[in-house]
Design a protein around this ligand. Sequence first.
Ligand SMILES: O=C(O)CCC(=O)c1ccccc1C(=O)O
Ligand SMILES: [Mg+2]
Length: 315
Amino acid sequence: MVYQLQFRPYQRSFVRSLSTSHGNWEKREGIIIKLIDETGTIGWGEIAPLPWFGSETLAAALDFCSQLGKEITTETIFLIPDALPACQFGFQSAWSAIKQPQKLTLNHQFSALLPTGEAALHTWEKLWQEGYRTFKWKIGVLPITAEIGIFKQLIQALPNEAKVRLDANGGLNWEKAIEWLEICDDWQIEFLEQPLAVGEEKAMLELSKTHSTPLALDESVATIAQLKACYQLGWRGIFVIKPCIAGSPFHLREFCQQNNLDVVFSSVFETTIGREAALKLAAEISPKNRALGFGINHWFKEDEETWLASLWKTL
Ligand SMILES: O=C(O)CCC(=O)c1ccccc1C(=O)O
Ligand SMILES: [Mg+2]
């Protein structure tokens, strides 16, 4: 089967930059793709790379799209190399949108991403009023004493019913991870995400055995190959899945289902197009008790619908 292909790069700025232990992220860049089959049916897809997480760069994704020309075959779509995981996801989900155009039905809760640092203290309440009951806050950004101080204020301000996830983005060392885990154990945190850097999976396995707070791997399992490697290593804790950068949605679903993984789905600030495809997977494989990490409205300046509509017009 042959599909006509069109694509458009996009970029949008965050209202405030996303601060993590990797640094400050100012704007989201990606590519929207449009496939058209012989009957005129359209499938949209999105390539939303996150190079600081280990995916390809935007430039590599653009090179890939540019060399394809005006058409792409089913075969090419399923032979995209593993070095281009965000492209695998974008093209294969656009293909699915044509072949299996089912509507998205979800009854999961969402988790809201709080701004980093003190700003979390005056942001959670608005999100609570919007109905969020799970909140994620970044750590490993400020000096640890200051951060623990803010954390204690936050946890005491939040209603009892609220669940809290902490995400260190690999920014802690062994001692700081233990310091945080002891606090997490006291406050019944839902989980601590990626305390140590990529490559320190054995140490994280060790930490998971000595503390009651569950640990989640994120950067360590960014792609399907990494996910498999960590599973093989014996990781049976939580796996954070960012579908848009993980690779083939078909392979991802198969591996998660076969091994019954405890997964938490997570956004990479993709647009509605990537988000719909990611949430379709979540509807199938995310456990109901794990809120989806897609509560990221308020992070962009433009109104999503208007912004996307104007991008669409150019395709
Ligand atoms: O997972 C969530 O709840 C929100 C998304 C999120 O935290 C995130 C978004 C973009 C890039 C990295 C991360 C992260 O989990 O580290
Ligand atoms: Mg994370």
